[in-house]
Design a protein around this ligand. Structure first.
Ligand code: APR
Ligand code: PHB
Length: 389
């Protein structure tokens, strides 16, 4: 087989990149390790920056999002009972969109299928060969058969545990990592969301987040021990702990009910530099991870894809290699700022084991400063809606 761009990974990064390339007439093949239903069943965050929203609209994939998603022009940050509303509209003239990643993935697959573009599912042992030459190729096993695709470029969109990053020799990359000493226990619940906006809540008992998918589907999280067994948390214990961590007005009114999913996610910050090695480019979770506080995971993937699609279009349409040569620097410049914001939000809002009395006072002073300073709120708003591309 032969194509222009092999995309390894059919998650949001790979699918979004594929869609940009299809629109520009640049032939590509996606290789995905799992089946489509498996990919579509993964539950992830649900806040889209305006840059992500605009990409989906420009690719002709925004219709369902615009119909079923919710525009939010603010969010609540609280500490015990003290609440600060961050007004995105006032500070940035823009909003974010609440629309689950599962739905986006569904729309992206529908778009790809409508274009008749190829996805090869259930591939194993993907290897990347000759990425430093101008004739790279990818090999993989499917249904017991080894196959090869010759190509011009390779996009590594295969997530944190994928093969692409590992294909860059150890001495050619540097990795930066911070693992946080807690996890998030998340539930999906068939209940009306407690508030029309998201509530990020710190409290003496730890962090909680009230989010949503739609009018009858809420998404709630509480900080927990990363080693906890989610099934050992009864629904009752979850609701009690959530109520304990959010401002009283919400604890008193929250609707509790049937829990349809329960899982624990670890919290990690991670960046691999550079994001390019010869003709191999990394996008999304393959190159970086953020803790979910601030909802930047999907949005950072989307900005990488924007830069890479732009670079490939410049190359194929105008023979201009400028974007390709500067991809890593351009993507990383924005990534590090999103890393900083997610790290800052995580530090601001969580209870850290072994936190000293001084550190605790610093956290409270920072929340109090945020509450009293319009400028501090503007900085949060600017980062939350997403820095410009
Ligand atoms: N070969 C082929 N496919 C692979 C391989 C491999 N060796 N390893 C992983 N994959 C597939 C996974 O099955 C998955 O479908 O690559 C895809 C990677 O998807 P994500 O992990 O979702 O990463 P990405 O597309 O970069 O999305 C980034 O979405 O999933 C969230 O937390 C993530 O919010 C972040 C954003
Ligand atoms: C979610 O709705 O799943 C969500 C929202 C905001 C976050 C993280 C997750 O910061």
């Amino acid at each position: 087989m032969r194509t222009k761009v092999v995309i390894i990974g059919g998650g949001p990064s790979g699918l979004l990149l594929g869609q940009h390339l299809n629109r520009a007439g640049i032939e590509n093949i996606i290789l995905e390790r799992k089946t489509k239903p498996y990919v579509l069943n993964r539950i992830r965050a649900g806040v889209l920056e305006i840059g992500t929203v605009n990409q989906l609209r420009e690719l002709g994939l925004g219709a369902r999002m615009d119909k079923e998603g919710y525009m939010h022009d603010g969010t609540v940050i609280s500490y015990n009972n003290e609440q600060t509303r961050i007004d995105f509209a006032k500070h940035t003239n823009t909003t974010v969109m609440i629309y689950g990643q599962t739905e986006i993935t569904y729309d992206l697959y529908a778009g790809r299928e409508a274009d008749g573009a190829q996805v090869i599912y259930q591939v194993a042992d993907v290897t990347i060969e000759d990425a430093l030459t101008d004739a790279p190729y990818v090999e993989f096993t499917q249904a017991g058969q080894r196959a090869r695709i010759d190509c011009e470029y390779i996009a590594g969109c295969d997530g944190f545990h994928g093969a692409s990053r590992q294909a860059i020799p150890r001495e050619a990359r540097r990795e930066y990592e911070k693992v946080y000493p807690f996890g998030w226990l998340g539930i999906l619940s068939e209940t009306k969301p407690v508030h029309e906006e998201l509530i990020y809540s710190n409290s003496d008992a730890g962090f909680a987040l009230c989010s949503m998918r739609n009018e009858n589907l809420s998404r709630y999280y509480i900080q927990c021990d990363a080693q906890d067994d989610p099934q050992a948390w009864s629904d009752r214990a979850f609701w009690d702990e959530l109520r304990n961590r959010i401002p009283e007005e919400f604890a008193d009114t929250i609707e509790t009910g049937s829990v349809i999913e329960k899982s624990i996610a670890p919290l990690r910050s991670f960046v691999c530099e550079p994001m390019q090695w010869g003709r191999l480019f990394l996008c999304g979770d393959a190159a970086h991870i953020v803790p979910p506080t601030g909802a930047k995971g999907l949005n950072t993937a989307a900005s990488d894809v924007f830069y890479l699609a732009d670079a490939l279009k410049q190359f194929y349409q105008h023979k201009d290699p400028q974007g390709i040569n500067s991809y890593s620097a351009r993507a990383l410049s924005r990534i590090w700022k999103a890393e900083r914001f997610s790290w800052w939000m995580t530090n601001l809002l969580h209870h850290f084991p072994n936190q000293s009395g001084f550190d605790h006072k610093m956290q409270m002073a920072e929340v109090s400063f945020l509450n009293s300073s319009d400028e501090a709120q503007a900085v949060l708003a600017q980062n939350y809606v997403g820095l410009p591309y």
